[in-house]
Design a protein around this ligand. Structure first.
Ligand SMILES: O=C(O)c1ccc(O)c(O)c1
Ligand SMILES: [Mg+2]
Length: 573
């Protein structure tokens, strides 16, 4: 299907926006009124510029509060038709009236829209009428459709906007009752679930399909079933997108439409990961000390690269001595068909990483995540490169999750990347207090929890944008804590006594509490089970968490995150 995007969705001047949108592969644009008014180029030049870039101008929206007025402003409309002819745009958007002067009279609205459509027809222009969720009298898409039907003019149809429909909780199934040729335009936007005024929600928090909580693909399916053949057009008002790099935002929008088309095809994710193969760290001597204290042992070396394999149970860490502070460089994922997974990632515009390969080494397909973390798709052969010495027994069994902190302007992009490329589903999104700001946190996981990731967003003010961690699952976190305590107490993150006073206020009778306090182990429970966890101090950008889940606990100990953040920040841990 043709893909379009409203210029309001990306940052920059109109000419910058057009260039970025074209480079991302879109077919067309909706030009937002202010972008045109502020542009030094005359409409004819903008038309040429767009055409040179291979973009059609699919929609223009210069009229506000037009219909159901005591006197409709046809003079202004006539002027705007002239602008549209110069622009080469043949679809005019009219959103439902928000003015207190609007009259609650469908017949009047229909008569005035009919008049507008008649005048538009003389210029070869069609009019698409859209119900804004906060329209004064018309705020439901089926209401807008009734008015359009009442007007009965071939040049008048409806514009459907997924945000306005889904934000009000309207059932999009009704779209299928609208004849396809009367759906003139389809605007797509998602949004995170927020309990707030719908106008503010729309103007500041919209995001690309797949980044929020609405079933935008399902709504699109209804429009296609109705016979809609126009473009899928992204219309996203978002405070972050307005500041972010236009090229990057445009590519991200394109990725969201490709993922939406895949969802419409109904095909399952072709190459979902089944577990963590490894996490690779830029490592220093300090990392080696922590791993040794945790009971890991070096079991292999790469034949040609300065990379060591450290293992315990099914947890495998690669320590890369290429220099630099400790940081997470790469994540390896067990993938049934790595080539297919890489192909799928590439179709979603993930940059495929070049691989230098020596003879006899396993070929590894890898892509770069939005924050630069390398994602490797692995089958069993990669391990052979390291000629591992054999299993290392211990309490730690595998990698439970990896937590990455995203720059604020790439958070939604990262969520969409992990959802589309790896097929992870967002589990929960919450806010965690840091002594100097707020951290937004989104957990994502593969079905059954075989792969879990946590994306943290450093809000403005936290300053702490760099921290990442690898959480290791274990059978007995108290045993790990005791060992660490005996060998290297300095590596354990110290937890304040006040935390344990509160725990005992909440879970009075639990005799294990005393030991948690002594060992610095934190505790949470949900309706499924319990969660015990501890943290090491931070090395460079990275720290380790040791977690023990019992009885199907699904979370990540989020209630304890503010304690951890405060100790890390205050104590320089
Ligand atoms: O927020 C608005 O005013 C606005 C304008 C045009 C649209 O298509 C829309 O969905 C919202
Ligand atoms: Mg809209």
């Amino acid at each position: 299907m043709r893909k379009s995007i409203a210029t309001v969705s990306v940052s920059g001047t109109l000419t910058e926006k057009l260039a970025a949108i074209a480079a991302a592969g879109f077919d067309g644009v909706e030009i937002f009124e202010n972008d045109l008014l502020a542009c030094p180029l005359p409409p004819e030049e903008i038309r040429l510029r767009a055409a040179d870039l291979g973009l059609t101008i699919d929609l223009y929206q210069p009229l506000r509060d037009f219909e159901a007025m005591p006197v409709p402003d046809l003079r202004r409309a006539e002027r705007k038709f002239q602008v549209m002819e110069r622009l080469g745009a043949d679809m005019l958007l009219v959103c439902s009236n928000v003015s207190p002067d609007a009259v609650d009279d469908d017949e009047l609205a229909a008569a005035q829209l009919r008049l507008l459509a008649e005048r538009a027809a003389a210029h070869g222009i069609r009019v698409a009428y859209e119900a804004l969720a906060w329209g004064r009298h018309v705020n439901e898409y089926l209401h807008a459709w009734r008015i359009v039907r009442l007007a009965g003019h071939p040049n008048l149809g409806v514009c459907l906007d997924s945000f306005h429909i889904l934000s009000r909780g309207s059932d999009p199934i009704g779209i299928e009752a609208i004849p396809g040729e009367k759906i003139f335009f389809l605007q797509l936007a998602d949004a995170p679930p927020l309990a707030m005024d719908v106008l503010q929600w729309s103007r500041h928090y919209r995001c690309f399909p797949g980044q929020g909580g609405f079933d935008v693909a399902g709504l699109t399916g209804h429009a296609l079933n109705a016979g809609y053949t126009g473009p899928l057009s992204l219309e996203v008002f978002n405070d972050h997108f307005r500041q972010a790099d236009a090229g990057r935002t445009s590519r991200d929008g394109m990725r969201s439409l490709i993922a939406l088309e895949q969802a419409l095809d109904g095909s399952a994710h072709p190459a979902a990961p089944t577990g963590f193969a490894f996490a690779e760290l830029a490592a220093s001597g300090a990392v080696v000390e922590v791993l040794a204290a945790l009971g890991f042992a070096r079991t292999g070396r790469h034949p040609t690269k300065p990379v060591e394999l450290w293992e315990q149970g099914g947890a495998r860490l690669l320590l890369n001595a290429t220099g630099g502070d400790p940081a997470l460089l790469a994540i390896g994922l067990d993938t049934p068909d790595p080539a297919k997974a890489a192909g799928h990632a590439q179709a979603l515009l993930a940059p495929v990483l070049p691989r230098e390969r020596e003879r006899q080494e396993a070929a590894l397909d890898a892509v770069a995540a939005p924050d630069g973390t390398q994602i490797f798709f692995c089958d069993a052969t990669w391990l052979g490169d390291f000629s591992p010495a054999g299993p290392v027994a211990g309490e730690i069994t595998r990698i439970d999750h990896v937590a990455l902190t995203q720059p604020w302007h790439h958070f939604d992009e990262a969520a969409l990347f992990y959802r589309g490329v790896l097929g992870l589903r967002a589990q929960e999104s919450l806010e965690v207090a840091d002594p100097y700001g707020l951290l937004r946190s989104k957990a994502m996981s593969a079905p059954g929890g075989a792969v879990r990731m946590v994306l943290n967003l450093a809000q403005v003010g936290t300053g702490d944008i760099a921290r990442q961690h690898v959480a290791l699952a274990c059978r007995d976190v108290l045993a790990v804590a005791r060992r660490l305590r005996a060998r290297r107490p300095d590596l354990l993150l110290p937890i304040p006594g006040n935390y344990y006073d509160d725990l005992s206020a909440r879970y009075d009778a639990d005799p294990a509490l005393r030991e948690l306090r002594e060992l610095g182990v934190l505790y949470d429970r949900d309706e499924h089970g319990e969660f015990l966890h501890l943290y090491t101090v931070t090395l460079g950008r990275v720290f380790f968490e040791i977690v023990q889940r019992t009885g199907g606990y699904q979370g990540y100990g989020a209630v304890n995150a503010p304690i951890r953040l405060a100790v890390q920040r205050a104590g320089g841990h």
